[in-house]
Each structure stands twice: as structure tokens, then as C-alpha cells.
Design a protein around this ligand. Structure first.
Ligand code: ZN
Length: 154
């Protein structure tokens, strides 16, 4: 198999532990895999009835793009940054003693499209809540209940 001309797709882990990849700015959700061949569908499949799909070949740790189909909408590069920043928050919550509010602040300001993340976070209540709940849960595991009650008031 010759993968020399293939694009390597960046991988992110979603909030629920699923795998997503970035294919030309489109976030794709794992559908299934057969051995090292992975099948992906567009994250906007249900929301926009998008039929965008992709297949990749997993070689070592990397997904090589093999085939992709058209989408019925523009790519959302900033969504990818948002998912990445969420992962950063999750890691920081596990690894540091920082306050959750501080973790969220740092993660947002370090993304390449920080302005977009800023405007995105407050407007998407479900996503905002899931981030805060996750970071708060990790914080609870590491700290006292008093700490978390302080955080939830801010
Ligand atoms: Zn799509």
C-alpha cells in the first residue's frame, strides 16, 4: 500500500470519549472500522442532513485520508479548535491544581481562534455546561467540596 501522497488527519477525542478527525476543516465522527480501514461521517450529518463521508487507513497512530465526499456546507475550522481546547481543559484539570475557571480561561486564550471560541462558548449552553461539568468533576476528585462550591458561584 502506498500512502506517500495521503493526507494525515488530525485526531481529537470527543467529550463522550468517541474519536473524531479533521478532514480539510470538517470534523468527522467515527462510524465503524474494519481492521485498519476507518469509516467516518460528517459531524453535521443529523443537524444539516450532510452526507459528507470519509475513509482513512490507520497506519501506526496516524489516519491517512483515503477517500472523501462532498459536504453541503462550509468547513468549520474553528469547531476543531474548540474541541481541541476542550481536550486541553480536560488534561489541565487532571494534571494541575488550577481552579476550573482559570483552566477554562487559559484554554480559551491559547486557541488560535480565541475570539470565535469566546463567542461560541456562551451561546452554546449545552457545550458550555458539559465543559464546566467535566472540569468540575475532575476538580471535585482532587479537591474539597468547598472548592467546587466556590467555583460554581463564579
Ligand atoms: Zn458535512
Amino acid at each position: 500500500m502506498d500512502n506517500t501522497n495521503s493526507t494525515i488527519c488530525e485526531v481529537v477525542t470527543s467529550l463522550r470519549g468517541g474519536i473524531k478527525i479533521n478532514v480539510h476543516g470538517y470534523l468527522m465522527v467515527k462510524d465503524k472500522n474494519r481492521n485498519n480501514k476507518y469509516y467516518w461521517y460528517c459531524e453535521q450529518r443529523d443537524a444539516l442532513q450532510c452526507k459528507g463521508r470519509a475513509t482513512t487507513i490507520l497506519n501506526g497512530e496516524q489516519h491517512y485520508l483515503q477517500d472523501t465526499s462532498d459536504h453541503n456546507h462550509a468547513p468549520e475550522a474553528s469547531r476543531f479548535d474548540i474541541v481541541k481546547s476542550i481536550n486541553t481543559m480536560k488534561e489541565k484539570a487532571r494534571e494541575t491544581d488550577d481552579q476550573p475557571a482559570q483552566i477554562i480561561q487559559n484554554a480559551i486564550s491559547s486557541t488560535s481562534s480565541s475570539q470565535e471560541v469566546y463567542t461560541y462558548l456562551p451561546s452554546n449552553e449545552a457545550l458550555r455546561k458539559s465543559i464546566i461539568e467535566f472540569v468540575a468533576l475532575i476538580f471535585l476528585q482532587n479537591h474539597s467540596l468547598y472548592g467546587i462550591s466556590l467555583f460554581l458561584k463564579t
